[in-house]
Ligand binder design. Structure first.
Ligand code: KG4
Ligand code: ZN
Length: 357
């Protein structure tokens, strides 16, 4: 059935969140249901792919129906279906993609395959009202559990990778440091909370040294935290020798060492690409210190900052529905033969965007 596209159902199952959302005209989120599997994976301190895929199978249909209920719509009111097809865990992605294909086929509606990282990159749009002007071209910083990347977004359909982390993602560093401090999993929100009580200048953790101004590295920082807590050469033990306020100082100082280069390099990318707007998305974009530092820096530089609303920072289907809407609006359609993809598309650095020195 070909008709105008208003109500898009988004489905997201790339990792350990089963999510479905209904978004009207790209920006108005009518519902966004997220069923988190954190409790299933916590004792493994990371996501176990087999457990994640099974949980998606059990949850995907109830989550879609809950999204429709909350939006007060029926299946027949949907104009299109959008789904994350990668990157992510293949077994998890397949569940969402099969659900989306089945719905698109039964309802006779168009289908849009969405890139998860690109959806994070443009998720700031969900902070705007329908009347707000679009921010393109913009620099988008994606900081999540699996990715830390800078993009030049000329439009939602023209997204170029400028640079990315050479080792750990920012979220991964948060999770590992939280494990070192025995705070729990996922670590980002726990470090965020503990850091509020600490002194960010208490420990001068080394800042990353990466020659290319658009790339990142966080594995050295993680090792520096490990040595600081246990002393060099020691193994993971217990952190019972640290007081609560000492742990808070480690959390705040570590967080500052992540936030500083993220902000500096994002602003540098905005300047060197002559754009007026910055978008920030992904789980770590929920971090309060990062949000505050970006606000200060962008205000000083006269840049329009669009922070993804906190509820749409971690994995969610609303950003997928938005991205799908843009693709469909541009006339792009995906067939029932869409395939899932575990890895990133081949990086395409802009000429001059990446230093070769
Ligand atoms: O985007 P996301 O939900 O999943 C991926 O696509 O990877 O990001 C999850 C990551 C986790 O590493 C989590 O610890 C981190 O985002 N995170 C945070 C905060 N909330 C979530 N990191 C720092 N501060 C937060 N408030
Ligand atoms: Zn994500």
């Amino acid at each position: 059935m070909a008709g105008p596209i208003h109500h898009v159902l988004g489905i997201e199952t790339s990792c350990d969140e089963t999510s479905a959302a209904v978004v009207r005209d790209g920006r108005t989120v009518l519902s966004n249901v997220v069923s988190s599997q954190t409790d299933l994976h916590a004792r493994f301190r990371g996501v176990v792919p087999e457990i994640a895929a099974r949980a998606h199978v059990e949850r995907v249909v109830p989550v879609v129906e809950e999204a429709l209920d909350r939006a007060r719509l029926r299946y027949a009111d949907l104009d299109a279906v959008a789904v994350t097809s990668g990157p992510g865990l293949v077994g998890s992605l397949v569940v969402g993609v099969m659900a989306a294909k089945s719905l698109a086929m039964c309802l006779d509606r168009p289908l849009a395959a969405v890139d998860h990282i690109e959806a994070h990159a443009v998720s700031g749009i969900l902070a705007l009202s329908p009347q707000d002007s679009p921010p393109w071209p913009a620099i988008a910083l994606v900081v999540s559990g699996g990715h830390t990347s800078l993009y030049l977004v000329r439009s939602p359909l023209e997204i170029k990778l400028l640079g990315q982390t050479l080792d750990d993602a920012a979220g991964e560093a948060f999770d590992k440091v939280a494990a070192i401090l025995e705070l729990g999993y996922p670590g980002g929100p726990l470090i965020d909370r503990l850091a509020q009580e600490g002194d960010s200048a208490a420990i001068n953790f080394p800042r990353m040294r990466v020659e290319s101004p658009v790339d990142f590295s966080f594995s050295g920082l993680k090792t520096a935290v490990l040595y600081k807590v246990y002393g060099s050469g020691s193994k993971y033990g217990t952190v019972s020798h640290l007081s609560h306020s000492e742990k808070a100082d480690v959390a705040a100082s570590f967080q500052a060492a992540v936030v500083e280069p993220l902000v500096e390099r994002t602003l540098l990318a905005a300047r060197s690409n002559h754009v007026d707007a910055v978008l920030v998305g992904g789980g770590v974009a929920a971090n309060r210190a990062l949000r505050a530092a970006l606000q200060t820096a962008c205000a000083a530089a006269g840049l329009r900052l669009i922070l993804t609303p906190t509820e749409f920072c971690t994995d969610n289907a609303a950003m997928v529905a938005y991205m799908g809407y843009e693709r469909l609006l541009a006339g792009l359609r995906d067939g029932l033969d869409i395939e899932v993809r575990s890895g990133l598309r081949r990086p395409e650095p802009l000429s001059g965007g990446r230093s070769t020195t």
